[in-house]
Ligand binder design. Structure first.
Ligand SMILES: Cc1cc2nc3c(=O)[nH]c(=O)nc-3n(C[C@H](O)[C@H](O)[C@H](O)COP(=O)(O)OP(=O)(O)OC[C@H]3O[C@@H](n4cnc5c(N)ncnc54)[C@H](O)[C@@H]3O)c2cc1C
Length: 420
C-alpha cells in the first residue's frame, strides 16, 4: 500500500492513481453534492436541474463513453482537463470511484452508463447524430430496459414484442419491463425486444422514446428511491424503424457485451463502498473505548481490519488487471475473453463488500445501525450490498457463467494447439 497524497490517510481508505482527475471530481462533488446528500435522501429525489449542471461540469461525456471517448465528442465539456484522446479505462475507474464516494449522485447516472454504450457501439451514425447531442447536453436521459416480470437472468426468453408495421416504417412494441433503474425520469429506453422467433436469435435492441403508450411507475426497492427504479409498460408503442440498434437479431449479443461494463461498474461501487466503510470504522476504532482501552488496541479488532484490508487490496488489484486487459484488447477480443472473468470479478466484489460491510457495522456497534451520524455511511453501504449482488447478473448465475466461459476458452485453446 502507498500513502495517498490526498484525502484520508487511514489504512486502505484511498486508492492511489490519477490524482489530477480524482482531485477535480472530488472538488466538484464536495461543492455540489456532499452538502445536500442527506436532504436528497430524505426527500427521495435528486433535483432535476443538477443533471444539466453535471453536463456543464463535463461528467456526462465520460460516463456515456466508458473506457474511450470518440473524437467527435471532444467538443463537449470534460472534467479533469484530460484530452479526450488520452481517456482510458483507468480514468473511468477513478471517475466512478469519486462519484460513488460522494454518495447519492452516482445513482443519477446509472441509466446513462448502461443505456448509452449500445447506442455508441452498435447504432447507425444517423441515429447517434440525432440522440447523442440530446443526452450528452443533459437535455434528455436514457436507461437500459432488459429485465421483465417473467424473465431476468434468462434473457433469451424475454417476451416484449416489436412487430414491424405493414408499411415497414415502424415497430409496434408491446410488453413490460421491471426494475429499470432511472426509468422514471428517462426520455429513452434502450430496450431488448423480440423481433423474431424464440430464443436468442429473435432478440433485437430498440431505442424506444417516451411517447404514447409508454407508462412508468416507481418500484420501492431496498437501496432507496434515488435511483428511480421503475416498472415500464409498452402498449402499442410506435417506434421509427431507424431506432433499431444495429442488425435485427443481434440484441442478445449486444446485451451480453454491454453487461461487461455494467458488471465492472458494480465492482467499482463495491471497492469504494469498502474503502469508505473502512475509513469510518477506523476513525471510530481509534477513539472508542471499551473495557478500558480503545477498540483498535484489541487484537481481535486489528485482526478484522487486517482481513478487510487484504480483501479490498486484492479486489482492487484484480479489478485493475481486468481494466488493463480490456484497455489492451480490441472490443471483439475483450468480448470473447473477458465475459467470464468479469462475471467472477463481480461475484468477488459482492462477497468482499458483504464481509467488509458486516465487519465494519459490528465495529461501529449501535452506530452501525443508525441512519445519521458517524455510522450512517456504513449503514447505507450495508443496505446497498444486495444491489451489488443481484442486478446486472445474480451471483449464482454469474459463477456458473464464469465456469462455462472458462471451459469455452479452454476448448478453444485446445483446438488451437491441435492445429500447430
Ligand atoms: C435495484 C435493481 C435495479 C435493477 N436495474 C435494472 C435495470 O436498470 N435494467 C434491467 O434491465 N434490469 C435491472 N434490474 C434487474 C436485475 O438485473 C435482475 O433482477 C437480475 O438479473 C435477476 O433477475 P430476476 O430478478 O428475474 O431473478 P431470476 O432470474 O428469477 O433468478 C432468481 C434467482 O434464482 C437463481 N438462479 C436463476 N437462474 C439460475 C441459474 N442458471 N443457475 C443458478 N441459479 C440461478 C439465482 O439465485 C437468482 O438470484 C434491477 C434489479 C434491481 C433489484
Amino acid at each position: 500500500m502507498t500513502t495517498p497524497s490526498f484525502g484520508s490517510t487511514l489504512p486502505w481508505a484511498e486508492p492511489s492513481c490519477h490524482r489530477k482527475l480524482r482531485d477535480a471530481v472530488r472538488k466538484w462533488c464536495e461543492e455540489h453534492i456532499v452538502p445536500y446528500t442527506e436532504e436528497w435522501v430524505e426527500k427521495g429525489a435528486i433535483p432535476i436541474h443538477l443533471y444539466q449542471e453535471c453536463a456543464k461540469a463535463g461528467l456526462l461525456v465520460p460516463i456515456a463513453a466508458g473506457k474511450s471517448i470518440p473524437p467527435e465528442w471532444s467538443h463537449y465539456p470534460f472534467i479533469g482537463d484530460i484530452p479526450a484522446s488520452e481517456w482510458n479505462g483507468f480514468h473511468d475507474l477513478v471517475l466512478w470511484d469519486e462519484l460513488i464516494r460522494s454518495g447519492s449522485i452516482a445513482s443519477l447516472f446509472i441509466g446513462l452508463t448502461v443505456g448509452a454504450p449500445p447506442l455508441r457501439q452498435f447504432a447507425s451514425k444517423s441515429l447517434q447524430d440525432k440522440i447523442f447531442p440530446e443526452i450528452l447536453s443533459g437535455e434528455k436521459r436514457v436507461c437500459l430496459a432488459i429485465t421483465e416480470p417473467t424473465c431476468g437472468s434468462d434473457v433469451r426468453n424475454l417476451a416484449t414484442t416489436a412487430e414491424r408495421s405493414a408499411d415497414g416504417k415502424c415497430y409496434i412494441v408491446n410488453g413490460e419491463k421491471k426494475w429499470i433503474t432511472n426509468g422514471m425520469f428517462s426520455h429513452y429506453f434502450m430496450t431488448a425486444v423480440r423481433t423474431g422467433g424464440p430464443g436468442a436469435e429473435g432478440i433485437s435492441m430498440l431505442l424506444i422514446p417516451r411517447s404514447e403508450g409508454v407508462r412508468t411507475r416507481p418500484i420501492s426497492v431496498m437501496p432507496g428511491p434515488l435511483s428511480a427504479t421503475t416498472y415500464v409498460t409498452f402498449e402499442d408503442v410506435k417506434v421509427p424503424a431507424e431506432y433499431l440498434i444495429g442488425q435485427a437479431g443481434a440484441g442478445f449479443k449486444q446485451t451480453m457485451i454491454n453487461f461487461n461494463h455494467e458488471r465492472l461498474w458494480a465492482v467499482f461501487q463495491a471497492l469504494r463502498g469498502c474503502r469508505t466503510a473502512l475509513n469510518d470504522a477506523f476513525e471510530w476504532a481509534l477513539k472508542r473505548e471499551a473495557f478500558g482501552k480503545r477498540l483498535i488496541e484489541q487484537p481481535v479488532v486489528r485482526w478484522k481490519f487486517g482481513n478487510m484490508g487484504r480483501k479490498v487490496e486484492a479486489l482492487q488489484a484484480w479489478t485493475e488487471s481486468v481494466v488493463w486487459e480490456s484497455e489492451n484488447l480490441s472490443d471483439e477480443e475483450a468480448g470473447r475473453l473477458l465475459g467470464g472473468v468479469t462475471a467472477l470479478l463481480k461475484v468477488e466484489a459482492g462477497v468482499v463488500a458483504k464481509s467488509v460491510a458486516e465487519e465494519c457495522l459490528k465495529i461501529m456497534g449501535g452506530l452501525g445501525l443508525t441512519k445519521t451520524g458517524q455510522g450512517s455511511r456504513i449503514e447505507a453501504f450495508y443496505r446497498s450490498v444486495p444491489s451489488l449482488v443481484v442486478p446486472g447478473g445474480s451471483e449464482d448465475v454469474l459463477i456458473d457463467l464464469g465456469v462455462r466461459e472458462a471451459l469455452k476458452l479452454s476448448r478453444q485453446a485446445e483446438k488451437a494447439r491441435a492445429k500447430i
